[in-house]
Design a protein around this ligand. Structure first.
Ligand SMILES: Cc1cc2nc3c(=O)[nH]c(=O)nc-3n(C[C@H](O)[C@H](O)[C@H](O)COP(=O)(O)OP(=O)(O)OC[C@H]3O[C@@H](n4cnc5c(N)ncnc54)[C@H](O)[C@@H]3O)c2cc1C
Length: 258
């Protein structure tokens, strides 16, 4: 099965074109396709590799034997609402972090020291079930290369409203225009936003793309930005930061070119 997704609407940065995407309705291997979740951390060229997405069969939340089982296609907002309603703690940041369960786990997404891996128990891939201890993970990184169909979490009672307030405050300091979150990972002991600002790129525009004036590590779409507009700003930031500071900034965003 396949469907056409218009990435200028679907992706959080609102860049892309309508593209035919395969839909996985049951567990299958990835083969030579790229798996899209909610496209909140992806920049898509007009000619990306073949794409695939999980079907609604993987959009669910169940509690079984004191364990929370969540399907790979389940959106962060739904998981957040479930946790709040059922007084479950540890995933409060999902109220302020867009994504699907699979994308969140693959990226080890999080805010401050709160990451999705903190309360993860195991994940279901095509090749089997893997406990957290067998997966390599770190800051916005995991070594997972297969589709994540399901993940399970410990149930810690006690939803923390104070934390939610903290995350809400953090979000107020971020740009309102469409973006894909942070473009670069923070280099050890520094901040990508500080470096982009230091090389004079904060507020810099190419076409409809701009390094945000509010937070320099956010690339925002201020109107009809193209892939080329966004990509040229990313390449320029990398180049200037390397020339001036000798730091090779690593992208957090996934750039899908052919
Ligand atoms: C405004 C804004 C703010 C953000 N703030 C933060 C933040 O504070 N912290 C943070 O960590 N992130 C942040 N992000 C980035 C984004 O929310 C996360 O990276 C999120 O995990 C992306 O999930 P997704 O489903 O949209 O994945 P996508 O963007 O679709 O894909 C990201 C990666 O996950 C993989 N993937 C997707 N689904 C699956 C699956 N089922 N199995 C295996 N791999 C899969 C993709 O192949 C790709 O490699 C922000 C984004 C935006 C737009």
């Amino acid at each position: 099965m396949s469907r056409v997704i218009d990435f200028s609407v679907f992706s959080s940065i609102k860049i892309g074109t309508p593209i035919k995407v395969n839909v996985m309705r049951e567990k299958e291997p990835l083969e030579k396709r790229f798996l899209v979740g909610g496209a909140n951390n992806i920049l898509l060229s007009p000619t990306p590799p073949p794409l695939v997405i999980l079907g609604k069969e993987f959009d669910y939340i169940k509690e079984e034997d004191g364990i929370l089982k969540i399907g790979g296609a389940t959106k962060s907002g739904r998981i957040f609402s479930y946790c709040k309603k059922n007084n479950i703690g540890g995933l409060e940041f999902l109220g302020k972090l867009p994504g699907t369960l699979g994308g969140l786990v693959k990226m080890n997404a999080g805010m401050k020291s709160y990451e999705i891996f903190n309360s993860l128990v195991d994940i279901t891939l095509f090749s089997g079930i893997y406990t957290k201890q067998t997966i390599e993970f770190g800051y916005r990184f995991t070594d997972i290369t297969e589709p994540i169909f399901e993940a399970t979490f410990e149930i810690k009672r006690g939803f923390d409203y104070r934390l939610l307030e903290e995350f809400t405050k953090m979000r107020k300091k971020q740009p309102k225009e469409p973006s894909a979150g942070s473009i670069f990972k923070n280099p050890d002991g520094d901040y990508a936003g500080r470096l982009i600002e230091a090389v004079g790129l904060k507020g810099e525009k190419v076409g409809g793309a701009m390094w945000s004036k509010v937070h320099a590590n956010f690339l925002v779409n201020i109107g009809n930005a193209s892939f080329t507009d966004a990509y040229s700003l990313i390449k320029e930031a990398k180049k200037r930061v390397f020339e001036e500071f000798g730091i090779n900034m690593k992208e957090e965003i996934i750039i899908l070119d052919n």
